[in-house]
Design a protein around this ligand. Structure first.
Ligand code: XMP
Length: 540
């Protein structure tokens, strides 16, 4: 196992994903809560190495986060990234200076010496034959003096100690971020560290996980009954399928339909779970209640609160009717675990509050069952397919908990939700039905290798947004004065930053024509060309 110690970098999760891609198990723990796991894994001899993440702090400030000292005494290799390298330098007796110039973005570093970590890894060579690496840097401070035992591994003009190595102890520090794709050889560097230096074994696979998870669930719940809030999203769906595989009818799902779902979504959920898989599902059609509660509420965060609160209320009411349930199952996945740990320690900034069914266990006196806690999203999807869920559902774009509630700007009205649902369905249908062509690739809209794939799969999230303004149009002989929808399609690997998708104009044109012709009440379609940041993916 590899332990990743988090100092609050925005990209720590990417480190874990890269490690998992090598089929090596890893966990992220905050720097001030890692010691216990570190001790436990050391004792059971499963710890193979430690990675110290980057972070926003400066080691030169008075009270700054430090790695537990045990990290350096556990007898395993340690890789410090960015802040992780600086704290490593400082904690092992080197020195770090507050920098005056902030280096941010692409940099070309020169490899120095022969170290196990970078041996044979390079993007180019300079005239003297030294290896050069294209990396992604983001830092203000820099290491000015290496601790004893370390040699210089790489440098740039503005950052003389851009990387340092102690091959003997297996300690490495890099000022750049190998986990982001902008560092071209980043995966090779991490692979070198995890597989070659730490000698971690890549034996973490999906079929193995299913068997293990099924027996763990059986053991955990015994003969008890379990309730699960099914939303139709990937996580709760996969959790439901997995738990059903383990304990069959001991599981009851409660599907609270807030009336802000996509077109025909409720029927699809009931079809897949109740009819095909034979899962017991209580379908609560609560559109009227939700709409009632949302009257006069137009602030995005206020809407989220109302929807979240009402959701909890209805779920609780229904769950209360299920006799002798002892467990509440949730589709919590690993990024949620890290995110809430981060939020508690104020290590992450909350931009939008994301609702879920938090707070239920206390009032219902139920124990928590979270069988997906260790998995990343792609792993959850793989698991879903392995459990027999339709590919189309498992590889669906994410959909926010408050649903169309945050895609109808301002006050939510049922008739606007209907218009939006239909426009959105047309957009999605066209994306799914349109394949990227060689011409799209030639125009740089997609990569060569993407030709033949459909545009739904080539985007990470796509949807329509209802704008509560009206504009003038002309249809036939008549003047219209109707509403506008905006189309949003983004490409992203982590949803923290995103590019707007360069969709082919013909595709956009077709979607616009169809929406205006087929959805009475809409006479204008616009396309959102903002990136995140500065915009967010959702409009609210
Ligand atoms: P933003 O709009 O913050 O979205 O760029 C990032 C991702 O989060 C989703 N999102 C939500 N998911 N409840 C959710 O469950 C919410 O309130 C919420 N707001 C945004 C969004 O769809 C995107 O995938």
């Amino acid at each position: 196992k590899i332990l990743i110690i988090d100092f609050g970098s925005q990209v720590t999760q990417l480190i874990a994903r890269r490690v998992r891609e090598m089929q090596v198990f890893c966990e992220i723990h905050p720097y001030d809560g890692a010691e216990e796991t570190l001790k436990a894994w050391t004792d059971e001899k499963s710890l193979r190495g430690v990675i110290l993440s980057g972070g926003p702090s400066s080691v030169t400030e008075a009270e700054t986060p430090r790695a537990p000292h045990l990290v350096f005494e556990a007898g395993v290799p340690v890789l410090g990234i960015c802040y992780g390298m600086q704290t490593m330098a400082e904690q092992l007796g080197g020195a770090v200076d507050a920098g005056h110039v902030r280096e941010f973005g692409h940099a070309r570093v020169r490899a120095r010496g022969h170290t196990k970590l970078l041996e044979g890894i390079e993007d180019a060579r300079n005239e003297e034959g030294h290896g050069l690496l294209d990396v992604w840097m983001s830092h203000g401070d820099k290491v000015t003096q290496m601790p004893e035992g370390f040699v210089l591994m790489a440098s740039t003009e503005s950052c003389p100690v851009a990387a340092m190595a102690d091959d003997w102890r297996g300690f490495y520090g890099v000022q750049w971020h190998p986990e982001v794709t902008h560092t071209k050889q980043g995966s090779a560097m991490l692979q070198r560290f995890v597989i070659d230096i730490c000698k971690a074994r890549g034996d973490w696979t999906m079929p193995g996980f299913v068997d293990e998870a099924v027996s763990r669930i059986r053991e955990q719940v015994g003969q008890d009954r379990v309730i699960l809030g099914l939303s139709g999203g990937v996580d709760s769906s996969v959790a439901a399928a997995l738990i059903h595989r383990a304990i069959g009818d001991q599981l009851t799902c409660v599907f609270v339909d807030h009336g802000l779902l996509r077109l025909n979504e409720a029927e699809q959920v009931m079809d897949i779970f109740a009819r095909n898989l034979g899962v017991r599902v209580v379908h609560v059609d609560a559109s009227a209640e939700f709409m009632g509660e949302l009257v006069g509420v137009s602030d995005p965060e206020a809407k989220r609160k109302v929807i979240g609160r009402e959701f909890v209320h209805l779920f609780q009411r229904e769950a209360g009717k299920i006799e002798d349930a002892k467990w509440l199952a949730q589709g919590t996945i690993y990024p949620d675990v890290i995110e809430s740990a981060g939020a508690k320690g104020k290590k992450a900034h909350t931009i939008k509050s994301h609702h879920n069914v938090g707070g239920l266990p206390d009032t219902l006196h139920l124990k928590l069952l979270e069988p997906l806690r260790d998995l990343f999203k792609d792993e959850v999807r793989e698991l879903g397919v392995a459990l027999g869920l339709p590919r189309e559902m498992v590889y669906r774009h994410p959909f926010p908990g408050p649903g169309l509630g945050v895609r109808i700007l301002g006050e939510v009205k049922a008739e606007h939700a209907d218009l939006l649902r239909r426009a959105d369905a047309i957009f999605i249908e066209e994306l799914r039905g349109t394949k990227a062509t060689a011409r799209d690739a030639a125009a740089d809209l997609c990569a060569e290798g993407d030709v033949g794939r459909n545009w739904y799969d080539l985007t990470s999230q796509a949807f329509a947004v209802f704008l509560p303004v009206r504009s003038v149009g002309v249809m036939g002989d008549g003047r219209t004065y109707e509403h506008v929808v905006a189309l949003r399609a983004v490409q992203t690997s982590d949803f923290m930053t995103a590019h707007w998708a360069h969709l082919p104009h013909e595709l956009l044109g077709r979607v616009s024509n169809r929406i205006i012709n087929e959805v009475r009440g809409l006479n204008r379609v616009v396309y959102d060309i903002s990136g995140k940041p500065p915009a967010t993916i959702e409009w609210e």
